[in-house]
Every structure is written in C-alpha cells, then in structure tokens.
Write a protein that binds this ligand. Structure first.
Ligand code: GTP
Length: 597
C-alpha cells in the first residue's frame, strides 16, 4: 500500500468518556461490521475486561475509508491496555502510531488522570486530535471543555471535533481529521524487513498470533523471519489484519499494522517490543525501546482444597500460554500445603490472574501476602534476589538489603488531600511535588513498593471515597532497614504468615497480626501465646485463654453414639486444620488473616 494512504492512531480517553463507543462507531461507519453485530462491543471482548472497564489485551482494527478527497485510506486503530501495570505494553502500542484521538466527555471535562497518557503520547511525537464527545447531553459544555484542553493540557483545541459517539454525530469529521491531521507513517520498502512486535496472544485455532507494525521492508507468507531479542527463527504461515474479522493478505509493507502467525506455541517466545527481521537479509540494528518485562510482585497461590492442586497446576499453565508476563514455580507451605509462587507485573495484574483462576477455572484459592523483589548483598560478596520471605537468609549473613521504589502520581479532590498526604507519609513516602490540575490536587510521591502492595490502594480508595486515583512507575532499588517478621503460634513459626517489613513498621504490623489471629484461632484446653518476632526477639504478643474444664466435660458427656458422632465430626474438621505446636488452626483462620491483608 501507498504510505501516504495509511494512518496509524490510538485513542486516549478517561474511563467512561466513550472510547469503546467511539471505536465501535468508527468500525461501523467504515463498514467493518454490520449494524446488527453492534450489540456486542467489539473491542472489549473479554468478560472480565468488560466488568472492570479496562482493556487487558490490546486489539487492533484496520478500517478502510474513502475520504472526502475521493481517495481510499487504510486507518489502523491501535487499542491500548488501560492500566499502569501494563505501561510498557502501552508504550509499544504508542510507538506503533503517528497520532492519537484525545476523547474528552463534554459534560465531565478534562480529568487529571488522562494527562499521563496524553504526555506519553506527546513524548512519542504524536499528532493529537481532540474529540469532545457526548455533545448530545443537555449538560454538555463544549466551549468550556475546549478551554480546559488548552489551559490544562496545553493543546490547541480550536479545531477540536465535536461528536456524539452514541448518536453518531461528528463521526465523519473524526475520520476526516484522522486523514488530514495525523501524518502518514514513514518507511522504506527496499530496506531489509524491520517490524516491531506490538503484542502477542494465544488463540486456540491459530496458535500464537503476533501483532506487528512494519517499519521498513515487507513481511509475507513463507518468509523466514528472525526475532532479534529472542534470537529465534520462524516461518511465517499467515499474514493479515483484523477488520475486526480476520482477513489474510499476501504481505504487509512499510507503515502497515497487522498480524502474523508462525507456528509459535507459546507467547513467551514472542516478546512485546522485539524486532522482527528477515532471517536471510537481517537488519543491522534492532529498533530501540525493547525491554525484558520482569514480574515485580510475588505471592503464593494455594488451593483451598488440597485435592485441587493438579487442577491449579493445569489452569496456571493454560493462563501462562496467553500471558508470558507472569511467572510461577511450585511452593510448599506447612500451613497451606502445595501451591505456586507466582510473579506479576503489578497488583492489578495479580488480581486479574487470581480472578480468572477462580472464575474461568472454578478454583477456590488462598493468596499469601504480596511481596516485592528484594536485592540482597551477602557478607560473602554474593548477591541474590528474594521473592519469598520464606527464603530470607540468616540476618547475620546479610550485608545490605535493597528494596524497589516507585514514583507515584496521585490525583485527588482537594478535600481528601490531607488524609492522602498522611497515608503517604505513614508509608515512608517522600513528597516530590504538589500541583493543582483542573480543580484537583496532583501529588507526586516516591514510595517503597513494599508499602504499596500492602493495602495502599484500598486505603487510598476508602480515604477518598473512591475519588483518588494513582499511576506509578518504578525508579529502582534503594537500601532499606528491612527485617523478616515471623508470626508464632504456641512458639512455632507459621510460614504462610511471615513477611518482610521495614523495621519502623514491624511493631505495628506485628501487633495487628497477633490481634487478628487471636480472634481467629479457637480456644484450646491450654493457653496459647501468639507472638510476632524478628529473629529471636518478640515484638508483639497476644494470648488465647484456655477453655474451662467443666465446659469440655459437658461437651464430651452423653451417650456413646453421640460421642462417636462428635468424634467423627471432629475428624472431618481435622482435615482442614493445620497443627502448630499442638494448636489446631482452622484453615479459615489463615484465609481470613491473609485476605484482610
Ligand atoms: P472504558 O471502556 O470503561 O474505558 O470506557 P470507555 O471510555 O470505553 O467508555 P464507553 O464507550 O464504554 O462509554 C461509557 C458510557 O458513556 C457508556 O454508557 C456509553 O453508552 C456512554 N456514551 C459514550 N458515548 C456517548 C455519547 O456520545 N453520548 C452519550 N450520551 N453517552 C455516551
């Protein structure tokens, strides 16, 4: 195709401002899908995504459009994942475009959270076309919103497109603006193939499907291609695009966006950001920006019912087929039995996987407290990475522990600012900046990730009644005074409850955990001490009083059959109990303790 007839763009929008509705309209207007097929939203095609209102896997559509100049154009709409955990994937999708539509709700105006995405788009040198959506609403104030776009974002909004994705107003104007204002891609068809791997996913019929943006050269069926970072060679067996239905082509040329398949079995082999080139006539250099994605948050996943272990193993393996960014290995815990230690890109990623396991695979799971990745320098000069508090080396052998830090940008209405600042301060945060954007405070804090994985997000939401939101990125590891805190029941450590905490937080966390376990463990015939300890030193303590003798006498009295039944019932209960220093802890107690964070 002629480069001048191609436009590659993405849509930036705050949640609920109408991104999906507009995308559907663009598809419908350009004839991609019959109207009766419109009942289902096309882009958000996974249940969980729909419910959460976010797009997990990027999907891209190719639209054919005859513009008012009488010429035919190919418009590629790149869908981008909408959450901070997937920031790297977003950056690769943006790198594959030349422009973006900035959709702003005509009644709501510019939301501070949109800014981060706009700035990212500007960083990629995108041409940004403001689209003021929902002008059909009686409360729409397009002129006010235009001014906000200029004052807050600093974009010229004089020729913003006024639209209603819902009633179909302004859709042609949006398409014309894409053609006229977003520049065509550049590329050289005669150079060796260079294409960026934008995304990949597993399809049960096609195997691994790879979404690409061709930069130079072309890619065709039957070609031997090389993935430069993965250093692997594959044979292309399909080339095509989504309209949104799959269509196959002979080849994709420079500037084009589409998919290939190459008999690849696992998405792990097709890494986002990798450069695809011709195996026989390779490019000299890969494209810039490739990054190896590493899990940053780890936790243990255990089946509530031990009999489900094999099912959990199979389900995790299946999920992993489609998501190379999470990792897993087997883990055993005295408290929770057999399970897996899993790594995720962030907390939301963790939640998504956990939810898919329970919903799609019908598994009831126990999740241990999330942990971050610590770098440990040992006295003997060696270094190690720690993903699991259980693997913490003896403190006397440790020289230094470094923990990951993030820079978090929090957007919050003024009235909740004070409580949010206190929360960040309590979590060892360092304030970097505080500004006002469109009537909201924007606070920038450096925070240890360790403090964020521990219910930070929930606290943020509850303090601000759901109005605060945050974005973050990692800024590297820093030394911290970190210790492993164990919880001991009747003098025996309970592995599933141990955690790595900052020394300054240990006592408060320990006390909290002891109080909670005290309420969760039933009384026994003897007194049970519950302690939180660092090394050998107890920092918090609670005691569960003993049951009184006469109570038990009454319990076990009565006739023989009743007694036997009672014993049988107890035996049944036993299965779900774990013993710690003679103490039976019902499994529910662990679940409750862990669920409460
Ligand atoms: P997420 O997928 O959650 O990020 O939201 P989104 O930005 O994709 O918004 P979506 O398209 O799902 O629209 C959000 C809500 O706004 C839906 O209830 C739409 O029906 C409604 N909506 C979208 N466009 C318009 C419009 O032009 N006018 C009116 N009145 N409502 C609209």
């Amino acid at each position: 195709a002629d480069l001048n007839r191609i436009r590659n763009f993405s849509i930036i929008a705050h949640i609920d401002h109408g991104k999906s509705t507009l995308a559907d309209r663009l598809i419908q207007t350009t004839g991609g899908l019959a109207a009766r097929e419109m009942s289902e939203q096309v882009l958000d095609n996974m249940d969980i995504e729909k419910e959460r209102g976010i797009t997990i896997k990027a999907q891209t559509v190719r639209l054919d459009y005859r513009a008012s100049d009488g010429l035919d154009y190919v418009l590629n709409l790149m869908d981008t994942p909408g959450h901070v955990d997937f920031a790297y994937e977003v950056s690769r999708s943006l790198a594959a475009c030349e422009g973006a539509l900035l959709v702003v709700d005509a009644a709501q105006g510019v939301e501070a959270q949109t800014l981060a995405n706009v700035y990212q788009s500007i960083e990629h040198d995108h041409e940004i076309v403001p689209v003021i959506n929902k002008i059909d609403l009686p409360s729409a104030e397009p002129e006010k919103v235009k001014k906000e776009i200029e004052d807050i974002i600093g974009l010229d909004a004089s020729n913003a497109v006024l639209a209603s994705a819902k009633s179909g107003i302004g859709i042609t104007e949006v398409l014309e603006a894409i053609v006229k204002r977003i520049p065509p891609p550049k590329g050289d068809a005669t150079k060796p193939l260079k294409a960026m791997l934008v995304d990949s996913w597993y399809d049960p019929y096609l195997g691994v499907v790879i979404l690409i943006r061709v930069i130079d050269g072309s890619i065709r069926k039957g070609q031997q291609i090389k993935f430069m970072a993965a250093d692997s060679v594959h044979l292309v067996d399909r080339v095509g695009a989504f309209r949104p239905k799959i269509e196959q082509f002979a080849e994709l040329g420079p500037g084009e966006v589409g998919f290939i398949t190459a008999q690849i079995k696992e998405v792990a082999q097709a890494r986002v950001g990798d450069t695809i080139t011709d195996a026989k006539r390779p490019a000299n250099e890969p494209l810039p920006g490739f990054k190896e994605v590493q899990p940053v948050v780890f936790c243990g996943l255990f089946p509530t019912d031990a009999a489900d272990f094999e099912k959990l193993r199979d389900s995790i393996a299946k999920l992993r087929l489609n998501d190379a960014s999470f990792s897993f290995e087997m883990e055993t815990s005295a408290a929770l039995g057999f399970g897996f230690r899993c790594g995720f890109l962030g907390l939301l990623h963790l939640e998504i996987i956990q939810e898919r396991l329970s919903r799609e695979y019908d598994l009831d799971l126990i999740t241990t407290a999330p942990s971050v990745v610590y770098h440990i320098a040992m006295r003997d000069g060696s270094t190690r990475e720690l993903h699991n508090p259980a693997d913490m080396p003896d403190p006397s052998s440790i020289l230094q522990i470094d923990e990951p830090w993030i820079e978090a940008t929090i957007y919050v209405p003024d009235e909740y600012l004070g409580s949010i600042l206190k929360l960040c301060q309590d979590r060892r945060g360092i304030q970097k900046n505080l500004t006002y954007v469109g009537g909201r405070a924007q606070v920038v804090y450096e925070l240890p990730l360790n403090e964020v994985v521990f219910d930070f997000y929930d606290r943020l939401k509850s303090i601000s009644r759901g109005y605060a939101s945050f974005d973050y990125h990692q800024i590297g590891h820093r030394e911290g005074d970190l210790v492993k805190m164990s919880i001991m029941v009747n003098s025996e450590a309970v592995d599933a409850l141990s955690m790595i905490v900052h020394r300054s937080q240990a006592e408060a966390r320990g006390r909290h955990m002891c109080e909670r376990m005290k309420d969760l463990i039933p009384r026994h015939l003897f007194k049970i001490p519950i302690q939180a300890a660092i090394g050998g030193k107890v920092i918090a303590r609670e005691t569960i009083a003993a049951l009184r003798k006469d109570v038990t006498a009454k319990c076990y009295g009565g006739d023989a059959t009743r007694k036997r039944k009672l014993l049988e019932k107890q035996k049944e209960g036993k299965k779900r109990m774990r013993q710690y220093g003679n103490v039976d802890i019902p499994q529910e107690a662990f679940i409750a303790a862990l669920r409460m964070g």
